[in-house]
Write a protein that binds this ligand. Structure first.
Ligand SMILES: *Cc1c(COP(=O)(O)O)cnc(C)c1O
Length: 433
């Protein structure tokens, strides 16, 4: 469910007209719904009521300070993947002592930063890294709390660039060598074994891959509990969202209808499937959802610059581009695109929605049926709250877009549009030129 809905023929975010946001904050601009995030958080935690669960929001999906503050106020911990993210959580007042630090290539300084900030656990991805963490902890005169990320070798049935739980991926240690690496860890002076971790991929829209992975891990987790007294099992993130029918998915009735066959992943269905597999382990269960928490809570607002009728193809050229929202170019991702002024019944066009960047990949949608559009019309690219702004860049010397947070009838610009001076601030022309 989300809170982007038409009211009086205009698209609203909660109680705020998106037209007004575009007028006041300009475009392209990300808009987030605080109450959608709150609802996503409580639905997922309610669905796991049968176990002692801790939600570590995977902040790489959307790391705006205001968004982090919101999660922190809900009681969330964080899944962190860099020193920069550790510092962001600190800047937002979040709790690092309940959070976990993941990633295949953690630098020495990042491990130090995590330990100095009292990280709850570091998720280890290789034996080499385990030895590095041991050395760094020894240097600081501390013990490093760790869990090993085990690769359960299950197919999450998702896009090749976001599947992580197959043995050919760079993530985690192979299932069959997990016990060996735990034995090594147990022998290291500055390591404290705290848990075990899996994360099998992203945008997983069925429950069976989660069931397969947790089921496969179950005997190993039991064994680790017996041998090393581990206290938690992190089952990762990866819960998918509705990209197609994104607008309709804001309506509970749509879920009732579509979910009739039991094919769509919902937090309730996820909880029903995994809780029974986890209950008897009697461990704390950590989750690391990113996309699920914020994906449907954000849109990218963009304005039509021109409508161009090419030879046999129409183009809607908008002011947003691949530098603002990379997912279509990078993952061939589908995003539903809707007009902010609700379309009247009648004429529609088939068009590609493209940005102004000199790359054929700068395309948000191909051959999409849209209402008749004209210069100045506003469009909302839906489901853009996760892996949107955080992947934005400055290609073509385009400024980073603005971000706006809506909470009921309140509106705040939580990231100002970047200025040209900021874009070039770190550049220097050397004397010898
Ligand atoms: C990216 C990532 C997540 C979050 O993935 P989502 O698909 O956004 O839920 C969780 N855990 C780890 C280790 C990750 O790398």
């Amino acid at each position: 469910m989300h809170q982007f809905k038409y009211r009086d023929n205009k698209l609203f975010c909660e109680s705020v007209d998106l037209d007004r946001i575009a007028a006041e904050h300009g475009t392209p601009c990300y808009v987030y719904s605080a109450n959608t995030i709150r609802e996503n958080y409580s639905r997922l935690s309610d669905s796991l009521a049968g176990v002692n669960a801790r939600i570590c929001y995977a902040m790489k999906a959307n790391s705006n300070l205001a968004v982090l503050r919101l999660f922190s106020s809900l009681g969330a911990a964080f899944d962190l993947v860099s020193g920069g993210e550790i510092r962001r959580v600190a800047a937002a007042g979040g709790n690092i002592g309940t959070s976990v630090f993941a990633g295949v290539g953690k630098r020495v300084e990042e491990i130090e930063l995590a330990l100095r900030n009292g990280i709850f656990s570091i998720h280890v991805e290789s034996e080499a890294e385990l030895h590095r963490i041991d050395r760094v902890a020894g240097g600081l005169g501390r013990k490093a709390p760790v869990a090993v990320r085990v690769n359960p070798d299950v197919d999450a049935g998702t896009h090749a660039k976001i599947t992580t739980g197959k043995s050919e991926n760079k993530f985690g240690v192979p299932f069959d060598s997990a016990l060996d690496i735990y034995r090594t860890a147990a022998g290291l002076e500055n390591i404290e074994i705290r848990g075990v971790q899996i994360h099998i991929g992203s945008q997983i829209t069925r429950v069976d891959p989660f069931v397969a992975a947790v089921g496969k891990m179950h005997p190993l987790v039991e064994e680790l509990k017996k041998r090393y007294g581990i206290g938690y099992f992190s089952i990762g993130g990866g819960l998918g969202i509705a990209y197609e029918h994104a607008l309709a998915s804001g309506d509970p009735a749509w879920w009732d209808k579509e979910d009739g066959g039991g094919s769509l992943l919902t937090p309730e269905r996820y909880g029903e499937a995994v809780v029974p597999l986890l209950k008897d382990l009697d461990l704390e269960v950590l989750l690391e959802p990113g996309r699920f928490m914020v994906g449907n809570a954000g849109v990218l607002l963009t304005r039509v610059e021109h409508v161009k009728h090419g030879a046999g193809r129409n183009f809607v050229i908008v002011d947003g581009a691949m530098n603002d929202l990379l997912r279509p170019a990078m993952y061939d991702a589908y995003h539903e695109i809707v007009p902010v002024a609700e379309a009247r019944e009648g004429d529609s066009v088939n068009a590609d929605v493209v940005g102004p960047i000199c790359e054929s990949g700068d395309c948000f949608a191909r051959q999409r049926t849209l209402p008749q559009l004209a210069e100045g019309d506003l469009l909302a690219v839906l489901s853009a709250g996760a892996y949107g702004f955080v992947m934005a860049g400055r290609y073509n010397t385009r400024a980073m877009p603005a971000e706006v947070l809506v909470d009921g009838d309140k509106v705040a610009e939580v990231t100002a549009r970047e200025t040209f001076e900021r874009i070039i601030a770190n550049e220097r022309i050397p004397d010898f030129l």
